[in-house]
Design a protein around this ligand. Structure first.
Ligand code: ATP
Ligand code: MG
Ligand code: MG
Ligand code: MG
Length: 477
């Protein structure tokens, strides 16, 4: 008999028919009740075993983690919290799981322990829920852009451009590391390497994306991105997924509108399509909150937070206004957290961003018009000559979730900027062609997909929202 997904069984409209379910045992109580999960939903289906007519050898093998196949009748359940259960007529153990050795027993595990078992942690309720939410969110990303007529572009993963992300790039070579050919000066001769030049893994698809936007009008990328982040934080991965839309003829205001609309759409989509998983994750967070002192507890539940983002506009604030707020907000310089920022032009630290979002505005914030000196070379210079049309979107509990800008469309201004920063014009000849042939106002942004998943799931460490996290010293799986 063909198996039916647990999710479909639980939403069945008829009972008393014969069904088959296959999945993994979560728990087995009183030698009778199997809580069976097959990954299709956070909910288990209860399977009631006729223990009097089942051999002891079989009963012994129904352990947490074992794969089983149950065939029986779908009946209404008398137990609380479940509509249906399966009255088992036939049970088959598909794969045993030694209870002494299976690490994912139904108890609370530390997140650190679970990370060390990234291949098995997905068997837990929380990680099953997170991975389903992640999957639905990626679908929502495509849905949003496709509905709006954006073209999905796959920018290269191996790139030859060195202009961005200096010091954060993973190098790519086909040669054995200890036999890299040297030139006469003793430097590595990349001309003899596979591509005939120095190459690395992409840190962003933006520059390539711009060239496509300047032909297709509106494009987006959604792909893996690599940064050799040398610090261990709860917000950075060495391999993450980035969504980068780029739109011709959009200025920074239109870019902000797009980012806000997009984020609200995907969050709404998750609420509409992952209600059970989000409710479960909310419950898990509420449990965690109980062990915290009252003052540290969150004012809103997870679902309240998500709905809040949908119902409220993001606050748009210029960098200069933000600096004034931060200056005024320093009540006492001796305090542990000094929100003071010494001078206009300094980059904001995460404590400043958190203050603005969590304490001052208490909502998502779009900061724009940053000092040119702290932003990338391709951003549109404002008439004041010192700020650029950049924006960062900051989220409560996360910090920066989006970085974007209106791009410098003026050839001469762009070249001058590159010169000043020592960026090789020849290397970016292809990028400069967008400004040579039919240049126009355009803008775009990059959104770190895992930071979005963090926000939606209420998790706090980015390692817990990607299947196999890549961080310094960690590429075990
Ligand atoms: P941060 O200040 O947090 O290091 P960034 O300014 O270096 O981020 P951008 O170059 O603006 O990042 O990239 C766009 C987006 O990609 C960021 O807003 C963030 O959401 C995400 N992002 C950047 N670096 C990482 C990373 N190492 N891991 C996960 N997401 C990242
Ligand atoms: Mg960074
Ligand atoms: Mg940043
Ligand atoms: Mg940024």
């Amino acid at each position: 008999m063909r198996h039916t997904k647990v999710k479909d069984l639980l939403s069945s409209t008829t009972t008393l028919h014969e069904v088959n379910a296959k999945g993994w045992v979560r728990t087995f109580r009183n030698n009778q009740f199997i809580a069976l999960n097959d990954g299709s939903t956070i909910n288990n289906i209860q399977c009631v075993v006729d223990f009097e007519n089942t051999a002891d050898e079989i009963l012994k093998r129904i352990t947490t983690g074992a794969a089983v196949s149950v065939t029986g009748t779908l009946v209404e359940s008398k137990g609380a919290g479940q509509k249906y259960e399966i009255k088992v007529a036939q049970l088959e153990i598909l794969g045993d799981s030694d209870p002494e050795k299976f690490p994912m027993q139904p108890k609370k595990h530390s997140l650190e322990f679970l990370r060390e078992n990234a291949h098995l942690r997905v068997r837990t309720n929380a990680f099953g829920a997170i991975m389903r939410v992640r999957s639905v969110l990626s679908f929502a990303v495509h849905n949003y852009f496709q509905q709006k007529g954006f073209v999905y572009v796959n920018t290269p993963i191996i790139t030859g451009a060195d202009a961005e992300g200096a010091g954060e790039m993973f190098q790519v070579t086909s040669l054995p590391i200890d036999h890299l050919p040297k030139n006469e000066e003793g430097n590595i001769d990349y001309k003899k390497d596979f591509f005939g030049k120095h190459t690395n893994l992409t840190v962003s698809g933006q520059l390539e994306g711009e060239t496509f936007a300047m032909a297709l009008g509106q494009i987006y990328t959604f792909g893996p991105t690599f940064r050799a982040e040398n610090s261990n934080t709860s917000r950075h991965l060495a391999e993450f997924w980035m969504i980068e839309p780029e739109v011709a003829f959009n200025d920074l205001d239109a870019n902000m509108d797009l980012a806000e609309d997009f984020i609200q759409y995907v969050i709404k989509y998750a609420l509409d399509h992952c209600g059970d998983d989000l409710k479960f994750l909310e419950g898990r967070l509420l449990e965690e909150e109980k062990s915290k002192p009252q003052a540290e507890r969150s004012e809103m539940t997870l679902l309240e937070k998500l709905n809040f983002v949908l119902e409220n506009n993001f606050k748009r604030v210029s960098y200069t206004e933000a600096i004034d707020i931060l200056r005024d907000s320093t009540p006492n310089k001796k305090k542990k957290f000094q929100y003071i920022i010494d001078e206009w032009g300094a980059d904001l630290q995460s404590e400043h961003e958190r203050y603005l979002v969590e304490k001052h505005f208490k909502c998502p914030v779009i900061l724009f018009d940053y000092p040119a000196k702290i932003k990338a070379f391709y951003m549109r210079l404002n008439e004041d000559g010192k700020t650029v049309r950049a924006m960062d979107i900051l989220f409560p509990g996360i910090g920066e979730i989006v970085g974007g800008s209106q791009r410098e469309e003026r050839f001469d201004v762009l070249v001058e900027k590159m010169k000043a920063l020592g960026i090789d014009e020849e290397e970016l000849w292809w990028y400069l062609d967008t400004r040579r042939f039919g240049s126009a106002v355009h803008s775009g942004f990059g959104l770190g997909f895992e930071r979005l998943v963090l926000f939606v799931t209420g998790m706090t460490n980015i390692r817990d929202v990607i299947p196999f996290p890549r961080t310094p010293g960690n590429a075990e799986f």
